[in-house]
Design a protein around this ligand. Sequence first.
Ligand SMILES: Nc1ncnc2c1ncn2[C@@H]1O[C@H](COP(=O)(O)OP(=O)(O)O)[C@@H](O)[C@H]1O
Ligand SMILES: [Mg+2]
Length: 292
Amino acid sequence: MNLAILSRNPELYSTRRLVEAAEVRGHSVRVLDTLHCTIHLSEAGPELHLRGKKIEDLDAIIPRIGASITFYGLAVVRQCEAMGVYCLNGSVGITRSRDKLRAHQLLAKAGIGLPVTAFAHSADAVDDVIKAVGGPPLIVKLLEGTQGVGVVLCETKKAAESVIQALRGLKAYLLVQEFIKEAGGSDLRCLVVGDKVVAAMERKGADGEFRSNLHRGGSASLAKISPKERKTAVQAVKALGLRVAGVDILRSARGPLVLEVNSSPGLEGIEKATGKDVAGLIVQYIEKKVER
Ligand SMILES: Nc1ncnc2c1ncn2[C@@H]1O[C@H](COP(=O)(O)OP(=O)(O)O)[C@@H](O)[C@H]1O
Ligand SMILES: [Mg+2]
């Protein structure tokens, strides 16, 4: 196969591992810096260029689109789709996963477990949304936050009101969400490839931290997950229309609750915690989908 990874940095662990996994399997693979790809459109059809040269004969791309370049990254993925190149995750799925409200709407529609969540435009509705999630303690989160930044735990109604008003004053959109206390600052990251969870780790927040993100000092270990958790993770990825994703799940008293579906999941934490060759499994999955 002729494979390309859309990534800003060939030195990143995930990018390096995907290149390695593709080469081990005898594929030709290159890393395309997403922001240096240019989009060319004419009646002759869509073309993708890199530094003045047309990119040809691509069989598949693996989009690794960081949150900071979502707009341009998605345009490049759409261009590949228009060119008939197999995209491991499509532009629609990536778009859905980037907006927490949109993702939760799709999860709720599919009947997948999620923390009770509310959203409003008007500051007048603050009382309503606080009530909807069962009152404090509650979580307020920015729609497009990542790595735990933009997720706030409000212990009291007063704190919640102030945080919501302050963020709305900055024109930020936010979700108000039930706080799942019994998760105890831990969550599960399930790496889904196609219709399987190929690796799962438990992430535990640093002392006194309710956020388990590794970027916030959380630690990871191999997790054994239940059939229900497995099914929930796979269903969540399907509901968003993705093929490969990292699903964050809280273990609650009423079962697994999906927090987030990440369409460019990092591989370092999960490969190191589980010892699984996730990059290899991703390349194998693409091999099955792209016949030459
Ligand atoms: N409703 C919640 N109840 C309990 N913990 C939560 C809740 N929402 C988020 N968290 C904790 O905060 C972390 C970050 O939240 P998340 O929604 O995944 O945002 P981000 O995109 O910034 O990672 C989660 O991994 C989890 O540990
Ligand atoms: Mg997260």
